[in-house]
Ligand binder design. Structure first.
Ligand code: PBG
Length: 327
């Protein structure tokens, strides 16, 4: 006669109540941040073809969506501007009347107490060549000239009411330069979110539609090679040394190993960005009826939290917060 196993892990999986009690990882609405696009001159929200359900907001639709986000109890919003004109140095980024700065003032006034209002600090949406920095005479992205633009951008964003600046440009030394510019201009209370381990991935494709990116070519001279795990940790280390308040790994789902490594070493909070391609892949499969949309989305979020993210930037933030609230 075969004796049954003494150790039975299935015992703790027997009922929904037991499974809930035993769950190692939770996602709370407050752990989610919603990225939002605001289009200069738009009078109506514009759909984004490659991101069904996501729009480029007008200022009015932004206001309404911010109120909804606050009501859903998410942690914050990350604003991106889509300007109507672009130039070589991305002038719109440092114009106090540029679309991102206008939207930031609106958001800070409307929901600044309920949500952490955050801004993308990068030039790519504002440059006519689409790169994250300014170009040198030979066409390469000029690291140190770009740092000067980031320092100016940081001050304008802080003055517009952004509480957390998302440094997504992957220039060397950007965290130190932005920190120093903020401190020297009376903004020592404005925090820095360093997109430390930001990879040169195919998964930003739909985002480039969302911001109508002018980029020709790629960002491989500044974003990380997807093959490199150790280098992601190295970038996080540098940003922490330069004074980052929070570090980030981006994309999330295909980079959970990097996320786990960074979470293991970081003395500051670690966030992850579930990027546009991660959104669109699940949306596309769900639209075909090939996967269960709600289950796939919630599983993706719990997996990112499980790997070590304290907070997840996600285009599903508000919808997921509502699902989580009724569980
Ligand atoms: C740069 C920036 C990008 C994303 C966020 N900030 C694009 C890029 O580096 O090409 C991508 C986010 C996404 O794909 O959802 N401003």
């Amino acid at each position: 006669m075969v004796t049954g196993p003494v150790i039975r892990p299935r015992r703790l999986r027997a009922t929904p109540a037991l499974r809930r009690l035993i769950s190692e990882t939770r996602v709370h609405p407050a752990d989610l941040v919603l990225p939002m696009f605001v289009r200069e001159g738009a009078s109506e929200p514009q759909p984004i073809g490659s991101m069904p359900g996501v729009v480029q907001h007008s200022l009015d639709s932004l206001r309404a969506a911010l109120v909804e986000a606050a009501e859903a109890g998410i942690g914050g919003v990350m604003l991106f501007g889509v300007p109507s004109t672009r130039d070589a140095i991305g002038s719109g980024a440092t114009d106090p009347d540029g679309i991102l700065n206008v939207a930031t003032r609106l958001a800070a006034a409307e929901v600044g107490d309920a949500l952490v209002v955050q801004t993308d600090l990068c030039l790519d949406e504002f440059t006519d060549h689409g790169h994250c920095g300014v170009l040198a005479a030979d066409g390469s992205v000029d690291n140190d000239a770009t740092l000067e633009r980031y320092a100016q951008m940081a001050i304008v964003q802080a003055e517009s009411g952004s509480q957390l600046l998302g440094l997504s440009g992957m220039m060397d030394g950007q965290t130190a330069v932005v920190r120093a510019a903020l401190d020297a201009s009376g903004h020592s209370g404005t925090a820095v979110l360093a997109y430390s381990a930001k990879y040169a991935t195919a998964l930003y494709g739909p985002f480039r539609d969302a911001v109508e990116s002018a980029l020709v070519g790629d960002r491989r001279t500044y974003q990380l090679d997807p093959a490199n795990r150790r280098e992601g940790v190295r970038e996080a280390e540098l940003d922490i040394d330069e004074g980052a308040d929070i570090v980030m790994v981006k994309p999330a789902s295909l980079y959970l190993d990097v996320l786990s490594d960074v979470a293991a070493m970081s003395p500051v909070p670690v966030w992850a960005y579930q990027v546009s391609g991660e959104y669109s892949m699940i949306e596309a499969a769900a639209a075909q009826g090939w996967i269960d949309r709600e289950r796939a989305v919630l599983e993706s979020l719990v997996a990112i939290r499980r790997a070590g993210a304290d907070v997840v930037l996600s285009y599903w933030a508000v919808e997921a917060a509502r699902w989580l609230a009724r569980r």
